[in-house]
Design a protein around this ligand. Structure first.
Ligand code: GA4
Length: 330
């Protein structure tokens, strides 16, 4: 449907809201001795799981949530000074460069201190130091927790002693091309023309990187697509993290793990705030199945590519595209 905002017209997608929450989301307790096995099982079956007992203090999450809400409550012209996203910076309604739109505004930041983009410098120069501190403390804690998850994945996959940390090493690398996103989905007024449908906040897509770590407030909206193609609503939990397998991890496990298709529907009455850390490899990194995972005679399902090549292709794609398609052998 077409929505008019500030004299501009936007074509926004709508979709039928799911009526019930899905109760089958795998839950992994990071302190459980069986965590590595459960992580691998969830990544194979869903490409997605909820992480509890993760050790990241709730205060870091709520502090960043408050800081982010302060930023998003500024006037449009003030927020626009931190945009447009190139890809880093503030963006509103437009996602990526190829015509995708959603009922969302966001800040996209890179997380590698050596390559902080001029845009990030600007965002933080123009905003209180408390915002920058909140982003940095949160990312610091989430990164550490993410390394633990990736190490458990390596163990759970049965990688040899020498290779066990290969996934966490890629993300720990100082050249790692990781990024961080704050998404704000404002409530939207009941519009009759929607006929009981919901506005799409962030359209369906898979994440390109190795792993994504999402935390949201208690407003629902996130949906994942199960392997049989059904969309289900994820019950929100502001104290936990939701972990997504990205396209790169799908390739590195030669399709054993599935990168999960997901989307976000906006809520009519409550705003949703999510924060997502995307752990990616260095630009020069060659992406291919891990040799020690492969069974005898097993062939790679993908042509070899570097993260840089994949990323270039990704930025010419639409959100819902299968970005691995050009790299698939069969
Ligand atoms: C999806 C996952 C991350 O949010 C993101 C997105 C990126 C962007 O917003 O700039 C992309 C999208 C995401 C994949 C395809 C391209 C690039 C928008 C888009 C249409 C930051 C990322 O890495 O890939």
């Amino acid at each position: 449907m077409v929505v008019a905002l500030n004299n501009q017209f936007f074509l926004l997608k709508t979709c039928k809201p799911g009526t019930t929450f899905f109760t089958g989301i795998p839950v992994v307790d990071l302190k459980d001795p069986e965590a590595k096995t459960l992580i691998v099982k969830a990544c194979k079956e869903f490409g997605f799981f909820k992480l509890v007992n993760h050790g990241v203090p709730f205060e870091l999450m709520s502090n960043l949530e408050n800081q982010a809400l302060t930023f998003f409550s500024k006037s449009q012209s003030e927020k626009d000074r931190a945009g447009p996203p190139d890809p880093f910076g503030y963006g509103s309604k437009r996602i990526g460069r190829n015509g995708d739109v959603g009922w969302v505004e966001y800040l996209l930041l890179n997380t590698n201190p050596d390559v902080i983009s001029p845009k990030s410098h600007f965002i933080f120069r123009e905003n209180p130091q408390t915002f920058r501190d909140a982003v940095e403390s949160y990312i610091g804690a989430v990164k550490k927790m993410c390394y633990t998850v990736l190490e458990l994945m390596g163990e759970g996959l049965g990688l040899g002693i020498g290779e066990r940390n290969v996934l966490s090493r890629l993300v720990k690398d100082e050249r790692s091309d990781s990024c961080f996103r704050l998404n704000h989905y404002p409530p939207w007024p009941e519009i009759e023309a929607l006929n009981g449908r919901n506005l799409v906040g962030f359209g369906e897509h898979t994440d390109p990187q190795i792993i994504s770590v999402l935390r949201s407030n208690s407003t629902s909206g996130l949906q994942i697509c199960l392997t049989d193609g059904t969309w289900v609503s994820v019950p929100p939990d502001q104290t936990s993290f939701f972990i997504n397998v990205g396209d790169t991890l799908q390739v590195m496990t030669n399709g054993r793990f599935k990168s999960v298709k997901h989307r976000v529907l906006a809520d009519t009455s409550k705003s949703r705030l999510s924060m997502i850390y995307f752990g990616g490899p260095a630009l020069s990194e060659k992406i291919a199945p891990l040799p020690s995972l492969m069974s005898k005679g097993e062939e790679s399902l993908y042509k070899e590519f570097t993260w840089c090549e994949y990323k270039k292709a990704a930025y010419t794609s639409r959100l819902a595209d299968n970005r691995l398609h050009p790299f698939q052998k069969y």
